[in-house]
Ligand binder design. Structure first.
Ligand SMILES: [Fe+2]
Ligand SMILES: [Fe+2]
Length: 415
């Protein structure tokens, strides 16, 4: 028995732990996914923006150098005449006048065929020029001018906050065969904080709702088990409470009750007579008329039911419903002598189906009353006749009525 009990609670705990883990993993995945998506989009935009500016500046530089220095008779002539040092000096001010230029030099090699040859050499950009006359014609055949640009400085100047680094080989494609990578990690510590807060923000309410739901379930099941066992010993009304609850849901649905209100009606109906455990069996099982004192004791049970529910956090709100299930429309009921609309509608429904079940239910000391006969009695009793009519009009559907899923929160009970 101990083993069975502990394994049941062990399973409940394990289930709760797994649900908690699933919530944490799902929340973290979704929030990480969103943040990574946003960051990647942002980086893509930064890369495209920087690339467009970079390509434009390099093209403008190339044109400026080509027109300003390498279409120049004097330079061409000096090289032709072997005055290489002089020619070198003539192009040196490119380094001083233009930002991002690392060097400008002359090399004895064939000029580029492409008019805008640009090379990537270990992360630096080399702009290649042929040496031409003032009109841009007659390029020298075996000399090339090379202007080397510091591509990292240029990238930093375009969008410093992006933190992009020109790399030797790895990274994303940039321009002219260059590759770049981002210095900062994709996710910052603040992103981890956001994920942590999101997990807390999601799992805390889920946990609260989950624990309220399970508390509601166990409180109801605990009390229902007590009343069920109690009714087993009280031979006059075995399963009275379960049948009243089933009838109450059936009528409640016909009266337009839905969702939580319907469920509360069901639970209140299930527990309406829990206070009878305070009434002695001698009185409850008595078949003859009750004395005035005995009647007074029996009539305490709705208030006792209400008082019991007040001790349970999730059921306390149902206490007034349970308290008034023996009130009558004309004020002749008990314990408070309420009249008409003063009686909660839920209590009026329970009152109707309670009397009905008492009439049609099997009792050891008499035969059950036929439903048609019971309807007549209900119509002559000061009950809410709207509810009586709803019961009478729909009772033929009760046998095939499918109660909501939550309407049977029982663990199997011993036979
Ligand atoms: Fe009762
Ligand atoms: Fe009852």
């Amino acid at each position: 028995m101990e083993k069975t009990k502990s394994s049941v609670f062990g399973r409940i705990k394990a289930k709760g732990l797994i649900q908690g883990l699933v919530i944490v993993v799902l929340t973290a995945s979704v929030v990480f996914g969103i943040i990574v998506g946003i960051r990647l989009d942002h980086r893509k935009a930064q890369l495209l923006e920087t690339k467009a500016a970079f390509v434009t500046i390099v093209a403008m530089d190339w044109t400026a150098f080509n027109d300003g220095y390498f279409s120049w008779n004097e330079l061409r002539r000096n090289i032709q005449e072997g005055q290489i040092a002089t020619a070198q000096n003539q192009i040196l001010d490119i380094v001083y006048l233009y930002p991002f230029v690392k060097s400008a030099s002359l090399e004895k090699r064939s000029p580029p065929k492409d008019s805008q040859a640009i090379e990537n050499k270990d992360g630096d950009l080399r702009l290649l020029f042929s040496i031409k006359d003032d009109y841009g014609n007659s390029p020298l055949e075996d000399w090339t001018a090379i202007v080397s640009l510091n591509s990292q400085d240029l990238v930093d100047a375009i969008l410093p906050q992006a933190g992009m680094r020109i790399t030797g080989g790895d990274g994303q494609d940039f321009a002219y065969g260059l590759k770049v990578s981002f210095v900062e990690p994709l996710l910052l510590w603040s992103d981890y904080l956001i994920v942590f807060l999101a997990i807390f923000a999601v799992s805390f309410p889920v946990h609260l709702v989950g624990s309220r739901t399970s508390r509601f379930f166990y409180e109801t099941k605990g009390l229902e088990s007590i009343i069920y066992l109690f009714e087993q010993t009280e031979k006059e009304a075995v399963s009275h409470s379960r049948r009243v609850a089933a009838l109450a849901v059936f009528v409640g649905e016909k009266m337009g009750f839905r969702g939580k209100r319907l469920r509360n009606l069901y639970i209140a109906a299930l527990l309406h007579d829990i206070g009878k455990i305070a009434v002695s069996s001698e009185i409850l099982q008595k078949t003859g008329p009750l004395s005035k004192d005995e009647m007074a004791i029996v009539q305490k049970h709705p208030a006792a039911s209400a008082a019991i529910l007040l001790n349970f956090q999730e059921l306390a709100a149902l206490s007034p419903i349970v308290r008034s299930h023996h009130e009558r429309m004309d004020g002749s009921g008990y314990p408070d002598g309420l009249k008409g609309d003063e009686i909660p509608e839920e209590s009026r429904i329970i009152a109707v189906v309670d009397v009905f079940e008492a009439l049609i239910g099997t009792r050891p000391y008499r035969d059950p009353v036929h439903a048609a006969e019971a309807f007549k009695i209900l119509q002559q009793t000061p009950l809410d006749q709207k509810i009586v009519s709803a019961l009478i009009a729909n009772y033929d559907q009760f046998a095939s009525f499918k109660a909501p899923r939550w309407a049977v929160p029982y663990m199997p009970m011993p036979a």
